[in-house]
Design a protein around this ligand. Structure first.
Ligand code: FPP
Length: 245
């Protein structure tokens, strides 16, 4: 798809928040006769490209599922490689994030990541906290159920301390305890590689999100694929449980 396709995207109907399950790196590598890690390397380039498209169009939140709570079950060598790749990504991207005003907002149980990875993530988070053009939610050791458990624990603590009353708990209260706090919910969730699942990503937040599944593998999900997903999203009629007329 040429650059002209970008112009077909209606700016007034843009999703504010796009979430992406970047799947298919391993299959892409196999298809090209390369080790799995090569697929992940290529995947990082596509993550960078997705940020560029978001910035260019004015999408304000991008959530990328980089490492799930279930991904620890992969061979230790692959997990180590992914952590090293993440550290390298954060080091390389930090000046770009500053330049382009991207705020890195990690979501997930960071304390279980290797100490060196945690350090890099926290450094980037701290350095970029004043940036306001694009919030990049990088899901690391993330699980939607784990996020809810963490929220319930924090809420229970406040209840016990008498700082929160059961009568005051509403949906908005739950929102405030999530990793995504004050952010808009995802308008569009994209999953690559032909799998038709949510896989524990942003469970609470995606209640009314439009879903877009493509068989394209993540390392092939380039700018034109992203634009295609956005154009498809713009054709959808969002009713949020109402009649829409
Ligand atoms: C899915 O491919 C991808 C992951 C498990 C996450 C890794 C994602 C990246 C390296 C891209 C972005 C990274 C950063 C740091 C922004 P898979 O291994 O599940 O593929 P398969 O299902 O084909 O085996």
């Amino acid at each position: 798809m040429s650059n002209s396709a970008t112009f077909k995207v209606k700016i007034e109907k843009l999703p504010r928040h796009v979430a992406i399950i970047m799947d298919g790196n391993g299959r892409w590598a196999k298809l090209h006769g390369r080790p799995r890690i090569h697929g992940h390397q290529k995947g990082v380039e596509r993550a960078r490209e997705a940020c560029e498209v978001a910035l260019e169009l004015g999408i304000t939140v991008l959530s990328l599922y980089a490492f799930s709570t279930e991904n620890w079950s992969r061979p230790p060598g692959e997990v180590e490689f992914l952590m090293a790749l993440l550290e390298e990504y954060l080091t390389k991207e930090l000046p770009i994030m500053m330049d382009k005003e991207i705020r890195l907002h990690p979501i997930g149980r960071l304390k279980d990541l290797p100490v060196t990875t945690q350090k890099k993530v926290k450094e980037a988070m701290e350095a970029t906290k004043g940036n306001a053009r694009l919030t990049l939610n990088l899901a690391l050791n993330y699980g939607g159920r784990a996020e809810l458990v963490d929220a319930f624990k924090d809420m229970a603590k406040l209840l016990k301390e008498g700082k929160l009353s059961p009568h005051d708990i509403e949906e908005a209260t739950v929102n405030r305890f999530l990793y995504t706090k004050a952010q808009p919910f995802p308008d569009l969730l994209i999953r690559t590689s032909g799998e038709l699942r949510i896989s524990n990503f942003l469970l609470w937040q995606t209640a009314y999100t439009e879903l877009y599944f493509t068989s394209t593998l993540w390392p092939d999900f380039d700018r034109s694929e992203f634009i295609k997903a956005l154009l498809e999203y713009q054709k959808r009629e969002r009713r949020f449980g109402g009649l829409g007329y």
